[in-house]
Write a protein that binds this ligand. Structure first.
Ligand code: ADP
Length: 587
């Protein structure tokens, strides 16, 4: 609101009200004055009519004609017109009209009618002859009417002249009140102006650190209330901003892609993972979260959400509609989840479930492989025992042969269960392994010592050149099992009289790099890419015979990975196998 306009407006109202008031007082006063003057006139004319009547009583009516003119001239003022009218309405005399006998019958004149019924009567009329207003007053005496008339001129001009003082008084009052009103509106204007400046600042979201000082009137209280409401609002808004900020940061930190949409499918909030995931799924690159609704693969979930959005059924906050689909795209698994809220806005969450999904599939495969792997040794043990029970007269040599076979199969079972258990532990409970400083050389020497008998039986030379200063943060038994599996494999498959070399070949800020090689038979090239897979064997028969489970290199790979390292393998040109792997210094 503009301050000047506001003041002007108040003044216009004030002026109008004041003028109306002054006019009403003047009109009232004028009417009173008029009625007072009329009464005065009537009293005067009453007396004159009495005088005329007294004259007629004395001299008789017939004298009127000649001598009335004289007394009218002598006692009765010149401006008063006297008319005598008999009971029938005939004009018997008129001081203004000489040819009165020709005048029309006056019985129907209002003043005569009133006098006829109530003794006297008056009437104000416009005279056609003189063009002026006349005040007629008639009185009924014995058998005739005396009517007196004067020009009726209670002028407004005259009245205003007499009321000059009153008008001056009103103008003075108007000025005084005007000044007072100006002062009051000016003060009010200042306050309103301040409040306006304040609300404008507030509207522009500017900070209002210093609260304006307002008067302690009710108006001031209102202003303070407004300020209070504003500061409450500001605090709530600030809190909300902090919350929103926290939510955005939280969304950014999430591994999931999360986006919130309005019921009109307009984006409210989305994190960068959401955009990244929808781009991965759609094979397109877009920066708009709303691109989600154009993705072919999302058709089912979008239809589900749209069904809810278009239905009139109210949504219970306790039981929000949820939908979930799993997608497989570009070698990755995604879980897409939609939650529709009570106000029909909705959230889409996309998770990359490739790892857990692959793990689930692997586990599934592993379980069926384990079942298959268990079957063979178990059925052999079963077969040997059955033969022993059924054939009572077997010679002791055969018996001991069968028992040996059964024993070796049970050992295979034992190895298998151990390997599965190690693998499971690495995969499912990697965090539970205790990590401590390990001097690699010592661990490797221990493994070699344990396998000493088998190594020398196969005439295998082992050369461990890892220096005593090579130390990693790792798990003792897992690092042992890396070397144990590699050396056992060389013993089992490399052949007799070979040589094994273990060395730390490289080092960088975070890793030590190791080489393990043997001079054995190596692995046919077509198999080499798959030998880290579980239960993968190059030569089924030979491996089984050697007591292998097909899990050894899987354990190596998983144990290396748990130490943040990588492992690779290749055949050496001169014959034999070479593994290259890294272990983090500080896993
Ligand atoms: P296992 O636990 O049964 O030994 P691995 O996963 O350790 O199984 O090995 C997979 C396959 O790789 C074995 O069946 C074997 O044929 C081959 N292999 C592993 N190490 C060597 C090696 N040093 N020399 C030749 N072949 C090897």
């Amino acid at each position: 609101m503009n301050r000047r306009t506001y003041q002007q407006r108040i003044f216009i109202y004030f002026f109008a009200a004041f003028t109306l008031f002054a006019i009403s007082v003047l009109v009232f006063q004028y009417n009173r004055e008029k009625s007072f003057k009329t009464q005065q006139l009537e009293a005067r004319l009453g007396i004159i009519s009495e005088v005329v009547n007294a004259y007629i009583k004395n001299y008789g009516i017939s004298e009127a004609d000649s001598s009335l003119n004289e007394i009218v001239g002598a006692i009765i003022p010149q401006d008063v017109r006297i008319t005598l009218i008999d009971q029938e309405g005939l004009v018997m005399y008129d001081s203004f009209v000489e040819a009165y006998p020709e005048m029309e019958n006056h019985l129907k004149r209002p003043e005569i009618q009133k006098a006829f019924y109530s003794g006297d009567g008056s009437n104000i009329r416009h005279s056609e002859t003189t063009g002026q207003d006349f005040y007629y007053y008639a009185r009924f005496f014995d058998g005739f009417f005396v009517r007196c008339a004067v020009v009726y001129d209670i002028e407004v001009k005259d009245f205003l002249k007499t009321e000059r003082l009153f008008i001056f008084f009103m103008i003075a009052q108007f000025i005084i009140f005007g000044i007072l009103l100006y002062i009051v509106t000016n003060r009010l204007g200042i306050i309103i102006n301040r409040l306006r400046a304040f609300t404008m600042k507030a509207g522009k979201n500017e900070d209002i650190d210093q609260l304006e000082e307002f008067s302690d009137t009710e108006f001031g209280e209102i202003q303070n209330q407004v300020i209070q409401i504003y500061s409450n609002l500001k605090r709530t808004r600030d809190e909300l901003t902090v919350e929103k900020d926290r939510l955005s940061k939280h969304l950014l930190a999430l591994n999931e892609g999360v986006a919130f949409f309005s019921s009109k499918k307009k984006k409210l909030l989305a994190n960068s993972n959401f955009i990244q995931y929808i781009n991965m799924i759609s094979d397109e690159s877009s920066i708009s979260a709303e691109h989600f609704f154009e993705i072919q693969e999302m058709e089912d979930i979008i239809n589900d959400v749209e069904d809810i959005l278009s239905s009139d059924v109210p949504i219970q906050s306790r039981n929000l509609p949820q939908f979930q689909y799993t997608l497989f795209k570009n070698e990755k698994y995604f879980s897409v989840q939609a939650i529709v809220f009570a106000d029909r806005s909705f959230e889409i969450i996309i998770r990359d479930i490739t790892k857990p999904e692959k793990r689930r599939l692997l586990k599934q495969q592993l379980t069926s492989n384990i079942a298959h792997e268990l079957k063979t040794p178990l059925s052999s043990i079963h077969g040997y025992l059955e033969t022993l029970m059924n054939s009572k007269d077997l010679d002791p040599e055969k018996i001991s042969h069968f028992l040996e076979r059964a024993f070796s199969q049970s050992e295979r079972l034992n190895n298998l269960l151990n390997d599965v258990s190690v693998l499971n532990n690495i995969e499912d409970a990697g965090d539970l392994f205790e990590f401590k400083d390990i001097i690699l050389k010592h661990v490797v020497d221990d493994v070699i010592e344990n396998l000493e008998a088998r190594l020398s039986k196969n005439n295998i030379q082992v050369n461990n050149s890892i220096g005593p200063g090579v130390m990693v943060k790792g798990n003792d038994s897992l690092i042992s099992s890396i070397f144990q599996n590699l050396i056992e494999n060389s013993i089992n498959y490399g052949g007799e009289g070979i040589e094994i070399k273990i060395s730390q070949s490289l080092e960088d800020e975070n890793f030590y790099y190791f080489t393990y090689s043997d001079t054995g038979v190596g692995i046919p090239e077509e198999h080499i890419s798959r030998i880290f897979e579980r239960f993968y064997r190059v030569d089924e028969g030979r491996t089984r015979e050697a007591g292998g489970t097909g899990l050894g290199l899987s354990i190596v790979k998983n144990a290396v990975q748990l130490h943040k390292g990588k492992v690779s393998v290749k055949n050496v040109v001169e014959g034999g196998l070479e593994f290259f792997f890294s272990l983090a210094k500080n896993a």
